[in-house]
Design a protein around this ligand. Sequence first.
Ligand SMILES: [Ca+2]
Ligand SMILES: [Ca+2]
Length: 220
Amino acid sequence: MRQILKKISFYLLCFFLISTISSCEDRLRSELMVYSNNFGQLDLTNFDNSRLFIFQNDTIMGAYHNEEVWVKIPDLPPHNAVKVTIEVLAHDSWDGNVDDGVSGPDFWYYKLDDQEVYRTTFSNTVCESTYCLRQSYPDQFFKQNFPKQGAVQTNLPGLCLLANQPNGTTRYAITKIYPHSQRELKITMGDELMQTNAPVPQCDESWSIAKIEVSVLDIR
Ligand SMILES: [Ca+2]
Ligand SMILES: [Ca+2]
């Protein structure tokens, strides 16, 4: 009896090890970074509606308000998925999920090959017991997270309306993996910002891109 139990345990262990190892092998076969642009080299090859400016000693692309900007990344090696990282700076008084027809919601989204794959909101407001405009990020719209949740940097000044405030710009780094196998990838970034009561809405809230990075993956 003891021998049989030993044998069963042995076979179970083998089965566990084999399934674990093969599932590891099957998940990610290769990953290759094919594009990385932080605009330090002023590289705007294959962009549309791009413009650069210097913010806090860093060259970034923007600022945008109710606009789209896209980049095409050609000549990708064979792959079946892409990992896309976008660093977004939300400047000034983004109002997150507020749905009042005046201040928001304030959407930011991106598309891959003209298909929207990600839509969220950002909120740059304070959060107190009597006033707290929630944002969807780090989830997609509609989720009720706290303002600036998931940010990688919050101590940057605003760009226009909040230019004199030390926490007026929030930096987010969004990394996602998507199925993709075409030789070219088009990334379109855009927003739907609302601020109908502001004399200059672009000054009230806008966004910029600090970095775009793409890796091609082989996942089996
Ligand atoms: Ca606002
Ligand atoms: Ca707004």
